[in-house]
Design a protein around this ligand. Structure first.
Ligand SMILES: *Cc1c(COP(=O)(O)O)cnc(C)c1O
Length: 477
């Protein structure tokens, strides 16, 4: 039957559409390497392409699909490109792409457990499996999938607040006897400053503690700040350890922070958004010693684990705290599972209607296994070591120190080689060449550097060599 609304399509047209879709996905995965990594930016041209879309005369399905595929091919930074040395946006895994397609088609609703027992239990199983990898007893692990690390960090802040101040849920921050404050490294992710605002604490509640010469949270500075804040009557309740900073891959001193948190009775949240993946690699796992003492943690599967966005994970080793933070009543929600020992996902999440985020991780892990991940991540770490070695050999001194595959570096062969202006010009020339994508950072708020990160399981040593060539050319102007 022909559907005049065209929301559904005739089976024949649908069949053609799925086939075209599969071909498009495969062609992109196979050919992305031949594209310039980054496009020229032209907002006017894009608006001109969209102007004819007044949505009065319907388009053929295949023409519409092709329009979108062409737009994406021509107008995006190709994060799945092996010479994208950027911000942990990986090439998505094949099983992850398949999973997200399946999820779109079945459209499971992740609010009530009873609507999707399979999906809810897959996610709960993954929470326990990853909790165990991070060193927690599996039975103790509670968790929830999030849109990404920012939501997971926001969740962590709320859970810590509610654990420390039971009156917060009812009375809000104004019910507390004084201003609550928490501590992050100055190199921590800015989602914490945002979360402080979103939780109604105010941005200054997020105390940025100076980082040491190795870009790790400085313990002495933290102790000073804590003492000062307590003497001023403020209420410290949380300290955040970053396990793999976004800019430079620094890992805060986890065992010492755990000890301090215990002594000072603070919640310890570990932000292991991308660095947490090191727990899956035998030769890197030791870097995360102490992570198992965190009360909660943030982990992003859409970063080093290469599943499509967005796939954040918030894990907590105190069962009940998530529910205490988010539980609410809604009389229209189904109660079919009331007699079962299960948690409705909406009762421990910021989100209500939610996509089945966990499937892309489940299917990727089911097919690759822990061993497949260990091999892929280990190879990327070795490509990172190769990058450091090549940079040093070509007069690009490193200014960070981590076995994780992020290099921050300056230009040792130019008198302006440490200036932001020169480094930005170099990055722009590399990006403008289309041969690779890199960026600049400002370490400890004062030291400009170039930043290149191996984030793609397809990146080879030859890709690294091509980046160094592009850099050498860029420094010559
Ligand atoms: C990327 C990142 C985040 C934010 O995660 P999103 O998935 O982008 O929301 C938080 N913390 C660290 C350390 C990160 O690298």
């Amino acid at each position: 039957m022909h559907d005049p609304t065209r929301l559904d399509l005739d089976p024949g047209l649908r069949g053609e559409l799925w086939q075209r879709l599969a071909e498009t996905v495969e062609r992109y995965a196979a050919d992305v390497e031949a594209l310039p990594v980054a496009p020229a930016l032209d907002a006017e041209a894009l608006r001109a392409q969209l102007a004819p879309f007044d949505f009065e005369s319907p388009l053929a399905p295949r023409a519409a699909l092709d329009f979108a595929a062409q737009g994406l091919t021509r107008h995006q930074v190709h994060t799945p490109h092996p010479r994208y040395f950027g911000l942990f946006n990986p090439a998505p895994s094949a099983m992850g792409i398949a999973a997200d397609t399946l999820v779109a088609a079945f459209n499971p609703q992740m609010a009530a457990w009873s609507h999707n027992p399979f999906a809810a239990e897959v996610e709960a199983h993954l929470c326990r499996a990853f909790g165990a990898r991070f060193g927690w007893p599996a039975a103790q692990v509670d968790g929830v999938f999030c849109s990404g690390g920012a939501e997971a960090n926001h969740t962590g802040l709320l859970v810590a607040l509610n654990a420390a101040f039971p009156e917060f849920a009812q009375g809000g921050a104004r019910a507390l006897p004084a201003q609550p404050v928490f501590y992050v490294s100055q190199e921590a992710h800015h989602s914490f400053a945002k979360a402080a605002r979103l939780c109604g604490l105010g941005a200054p509640a997020c105390r940025a503690v100076p980082a040491d010469a190795c870009l790790r949270l400085d313990l002495g500075a933290l102790e000073d700040r804590l003492r000062r804040d307590r003497s001023e009557g403020l209420l410290p309740f949380l300290v955040v350890a970053t396990a793999g900073t976004t800019s430079a891959g620094a890992i805060d001193p986890l065992p010492e922070l755990a000890e301090l948190a215990r002594r000072e009775q603070l919640w310890l949240h570990a932000d292991a958004a991308w660095g947490g993946a090191a727990a899956l690699v035998p030769e890197l796992r030791g870097l995360l010693a102490g992570l198992e003492q965190a009360d909660s943690l943030t982990f992003d599967a859409h970063k080093w684990l290469s599943v499509p966005m967005g796939a954040g994970l918030f894990l907590c080793r105190h069962p009940g705290e998530l529910t205490r933070t988010f539980a609410t009543r809604a009389d229209y929600m189904p109660r079919d599972a009331a007699g079962l020992e299960v948690t409705d996902p909406f009762m421990h999440s910021m989100q209500w209607s939610r996509r089945f985020i966990g499937l892309k991780l489940f299917l990727t892990l089911a097919v690759a296994g822990w061993g497949g991940y260990a091999a892929a991540l280990g190879r990327m770490a070795r490509a990172g070591a190769h990058l450091r070695e090549r940079l040093a050999a070509r007069g690009w001194p490193l200014v960070n120190d981590t076995p994780l595959p992020i290099a921050c570096f300056v230009d040792g062969r130019s008198p302006q080689g440490r200036s932001a202006e020169h480094l930005q010009a170099v990055a722009q020339r590399v990006v403008g060449s289309g041969r690779a994508w890199i960026s600049t950072v400002l370490l400890r708020g004062e030291q400009p550097a170039l930043r290149a990160c191996v984030t793609n399981y397809r990146t080879t040593e030859a890709d690294v060599d091509a980046l160094v060539e592009a850099l050498d050319q860029a420094r010559r102007g």
